[in-house]
Structure formats: C-alpha cells, structure tokens
Write a protein that binds this ligand. Structure first.
Ligand code: PBG
Length: 325
C-alpha cells in the first residue's frame, strides 16, 4: 500500500474542530429574516393549520412574538397583513391605518432597532386574490403599479425600513422607487422579489394570507419554473430599475437560480424559504420521519452555499435557538 498515490481528503475531516476550521459556509443569526402575519381583531394567536408553529397575531399580542425575536438576536422581520375587508382594488393595502401599517408602527415604536421589511403586494387585500387590478379576467400591469407605489409609500410612512414588492408586475421597482423618492423616502431600500416563480410551494401561505386567487392562477405574472435565463432577465431589469436587494423565491428547488443570480449581480441575494418548503419539513418531522434540526440546518446552509446572503424563513426562531446551543 505504501507507494499508492492518491489525495487524502479525509485529513481535513478527522475531528469536529478540524472540520470547523475548514468549513466554507457558516450560518449566523444575522442571515435570518422572520416572517410575521398580522391580523385584525383582538387577543388572536391562531396557529395556521398548514404551517405548524406559525401564527396569526393581532396587534395586542404582537409583543409576544417580537419579544421572542429580540431575545433570540434576530434583527429583521418581514410583515404580512391579513385584513378583514377585501375589495376589488385592495384598498386596505394602502390605507394609512391598515393592519400592516399599524403593525409596522407598533414594532418600530417598541422595537426601534429591529429592521422591519414590508411585503408590498395586493393579493392579501383583493377580493379576487390576484396581485394586481383585474379587468375582464385579465390582470392589468400599469394600473397596478400606481396602487403598489401608494402601498409602498404608506408602509414607509408607517416606518418600514425596507419595502419588499412581491407582485411581479413589470416595472414595479421603477414605480415604487419613484413613489418613495417623491414622498421623501429616498433612503428606504427596495428588496425586490426579482425572481419569483409561479410555484405550488406557496400553498400553505395562501391559506395563511387567505390569498388564493378566486379564478385562474398567477402564471401570467409569476415565472415558469422551467426557466433559467428568464430569471436573469428579471433580475437585470430590477437592478437597472434601482433595486437594493434581489430575492429568489422559492429557494429549495431553485438553488441553481440562486447561484446564477449570485454570479451575475453584485447586490445582496435573498432566498425565500417559502411556506411549502417549511410545511414539508414540519410535517415529516411531526411524523418522526426525519431529524428536523439536522434537515433544517442542512437546507438553510445549502441556500447560503448556493449564494444567498440572507434567508427569509419560518424556521428563523428554531435556527436561532439551535445556533445558540
Ligand atoms: C404575495 C406573496 C406570496 C408569498 C409571499 N408574498 C404568495 C404568492 O405569491 O402567492 C409566498 C410566501 C410563502 O409561500 O411562504 N404575493
């Protein structure tokens, strides 16, 4: 055996400390963004049936989850509002005292250091569940832009630190940037859902946000999961329009896209580990079929390795706890 020539890769794997020394990707609590669903009403902490461990929170109980976020060292949350009243043009989305605006105000008042990201879309607020204005069964692009810009401005007014438009109309970064700048919010960054696929992985979220489209689907505005070059075209437009962050969504089945976007652009890349990715793992873990902690840490580390600088994940609290162990 003595004169055989081969590389000894195992030299660098022989102990936990040796492995830690050569580890290329390290997850930290700074990488995590925690999604929160705010609902109207009082004394509400309701678990979302398809997302065990994730809740609807009314404003009077929001402090419970925010205290946990802060105590775990998480620095950033992304907010979704679920209003009681929905209508054709999603007026509650840009109401200055809408549910998400009030949630933003509450958090910025009581937890001023937490970075509050506002998801900017219409689908949680429209009665038809689409992300834009609908006419004759079509989702109109340009009329939707005005409403999105209005929504972004009302969120910035309420104190949002970052605006995250997720509606996939063309030109939304331009429209929102213009709206924010004209209202004096030139320092508020845009975290664009630049690359967002028409994905079945959003199923549980739509239950949580009550935003399943009443007719049709989102395929005329969200991307075809089969496409890779199109992702670069989408991201390119958003970079040119002035985005400050690029989101790729979903993440788990789209790590090749994350890597493409990471290689092509210089902005921070954010992966959205979406509801379906969460629920698959939770469901299997609750059945005792997988080791939840090991699976989640491997999954989220893979996302960082693929090129995510930040990850929006419903597992943020668990991960922060595990990292602190
Ligand atoms: C709003 C929005 C959606 C998600 C984030 N923002 C739903 C959708 O596009 O249908 C999905 C997030 C998740 O599944 O966790 N447009």
């Amino acid at each position: 055996m003595k004169d055989l020539q081969f590389a000894r890769h195992r030299r660098l794997r022989q102990s936990a400390n040796m492995r830690a020394l050569v580890r290329e990707t390290n997850l930290t609590v700074n990488d995590l963004i925690y999604p929160i669903f705010a609902v109207e009403g009082e004394n509400i902490k309701n678990e979302i049936a398809s997302m065990p461990g994730v809740y609807h929170w009314s404003l009077d109980r929001l402090h419970e989850i925010m205290d946990e976020v802060v105590s775990l060292g998480i620095k950033s949350v992304i907010l979704f509002g679920v209003p009681n009243h929905k209508d054709a043009t999603g007026t509650e989305a840009y109401h200055d005292h809408g549910i998400v605006q009030e949630a933003i105000r509450f958090i910025k008042k009581n937890y001023p250091d937490i970075i509050v990201i506002a998801d900017t879309c219409l689908c949680e607020y429209t009665d038809h569940g689409h992300c834009g204005v609908v006419e004759d069964g079509k989702i109109l692009n340009d009329p939707s832009l005005d409403l999105l810009a209005k929504t972004a401005v009302s969120q910035a007014k309420a104190g949002a630190d970052i605006i995250a438009p997720s509606n996939m109309m063309d030109g939304f970064v331009t429209a929102i940037r213009k709206g924010l700048d004209e209202a004096g919010f030139e320092d508020v960054p845009i975290m664009s859902y630049a690359v967002k696929y028409a994905s079945a992985f959003y199923g549980p979220f739509r239950e949580a946000a009550d935003s399943t489209p009443a007719f049709g689907d989102r395929k005329t505005y969200q991307m075809d999961p089969a496409n890779r070059l199109e992702a670069l075209r989408e991201a390119q437009s958003d970079v040119e329009e002035g985005a400050d962050f690029l989101i790729v969504k979903p993440t788990l089945s789209y790590l090749d896209i994350v890597r493409d976007v990471r290689n092509e652009f210089r902005l921070p890349v954010v992966g959205y580990n979406v509801s379906g990715e969460y629920s698959m793992v939770k469901g299997a873990a609750q059945n005792g079929w997988i080791d939840e902690k090991a699976i989640v840490l491997e999954m989220i580390t893979s996302m960082k390795r693929a090129g995510c600088d930040l990850i929006i994940t419903y597992f943020s609290l668990d991960i922060a706890r595990w990292l602190a162990e």
